[in-house]
Design a binder for this molecule. Structure first.
Ligand SMILES: *Cc1c(COP(=O)(O)O)cnc(C)c1O
Length: 361
């Protein structure tokens, strides 16, 4: 058996083992072509079939309606920060944002390069510990943008905003895609870098309602137009074939697992195990996020001092519990427990944290 650890890193993150094993099996000879998937032409029928299968799987898992396009693009979620503004801005209308942390802030910064941005709410006043509840969305907004799960701070939207009917809701779901069911019809566009919940780094999924593809100004550079990528089936240029292939393997795994409702159930169970340890630790572990805003994906907490936190990280590592250090902008500790983190890993971490508390309090 190859040695595997429990990887709590925030991204790139752990992948389903069967998906990795399938890739290992296919590596030298993809679909009997005598080539790896990295070597084969992206215009070949074998590749087209693979791409179509990835598409069908995500459509099936997320129940994506037919009037939505699915795009597989390079450039990371960070490129979608600007592509959202490029594709959805409307002359004379504000682009509205809710700022819930580092990723939202970056999205806001990029949109400001393209036009008038309104930040209608922010939780920066309390170190991004919560999801704002009081805000007014303008009737004439070009769109409303939110970040559904805040990877750095460990907060997550549990009640979606409901913008006026002609204001599309755009959501960065990079760190909680297919972690719980969503009703795609409620969104104008959804995007997600793959490397947290979907597959490896290098591909970004964009799901966009077709009528919104007409907004983009004619003179926009081709690679920045969602409409061109939609028209060309995400093959306007060479797509990131290996990352898409890996996403397909992991989507197949989740389909066989039983779909998004089952994933959510497991995610709730996993998160509860860790939040219970935090809440029952008499303040030895302090949760960063407010309870009503807690993330099912990134469990953030602090301890009494930097020293004790680094000791905890070091001892965790010795037990093959890897990647527990918090993000540099927040400090503290973070356990990322995305879809592919097995519940056994979460139990092992909970057991370790309980013992660590007993021997260090
Ligand atoms: C990781 C992350 C990003 C950045 O993704 P890249 O693919 O590295 O550009 C954006 N948004 C959220 C919510 C993230 O977690």
């Amino acid at each position: 058996m190859t040695k595997r650890v429990y990887n709590f890193y925030a991204g790139p993150a752990t992948l389903p083992l069967p998906a990795l094993e399938k890739a290992k099996e296919d590596l030298l000879n993809f679909e009997n072509t005598g080539m790896s998937v990295m070597e084969i032409s992206h215009r070949s029928k074998e590749w087209q079939n693979e791409m179509d299968a990835a598409d069908a799987l995500i459509r099936d898992l997320m129940k994506i309606p037919n009037d939505y396009q699915v795009l597989w693009l390079g450039g990371g979620a960070s490129t979608q920060f600007l592509m959202t503004a490029v594709n959805l801005q409307v002359e004379g209308k504000p682009m509205e944002y809710i700022n819930t942390g580092g990723w939202s802030s970056k999205a806001i910064k990029e949109a400001k390069l393209y036009g008038n941005v309104n930040v209608i709410a922010s939780s920066e006043d309390d170190k991004f510990r919560y999801i704002p509840k009081d805000y007014n969305i303008s009737d004439n907004a070009a769109y409303l943008h939110i970040t559904s799960n805040n990877t750095l701070y460990g907060t997550e939207w549990h009640h979606w905003p409901t913008p006026p009917s002609d204001v599309p809701l755009v959501v960065d779901m990079s760190s909680d895609l297919i972690a719980r069911p969503v009703n795609v019809k409620d969104y104008g566009a959804i995007y997600a870098g793959a490397q947290k919940n979907l597959g490896p780094a290098g591909v970004t999924l964009v799901i966009v309602r077709e009528d919104l593809l007409n907004r983009v100004p004619e003179n926009t550079p081709s690679m920045l137009k969602w409409s061109i990528h939609a028209e060309k089936g995400s093959m306007y240029n060479t797509p990131p074939v290996f990352p898409i292939y890996m996403c397909k393997q992991s989507l197949q795994y989740w389909k066989d697992f039983g779909g998004v409702e089952k994933i959510e159930k497991l995610n709730r169970e996993k998160a509860k195990i860790l939040y219970d340890v935090i809440d029952q630790s008499d303040g030895f572990y302090k949760g960063h996020a407010r309870e009503d805003s807690r993330s099912l994906m990134n469990v953030t907490f602090t301890m009494a001092s930097d020293e004790i936190e680094s000791k905890c990280v070091t001892e965790g590592t010795k037990r093959d519990l890897i990647g527990l250090k918090g993000h540099r902008s927040v400090g503290g500790m973070r356990a990322s427990i995305y879809n592919a983190m097995p519940i056994e890993g979460v139990r092992a971490l909970a057991e370790f944290l309980t013992e660590f508390k007993e021997s260090n309090q």
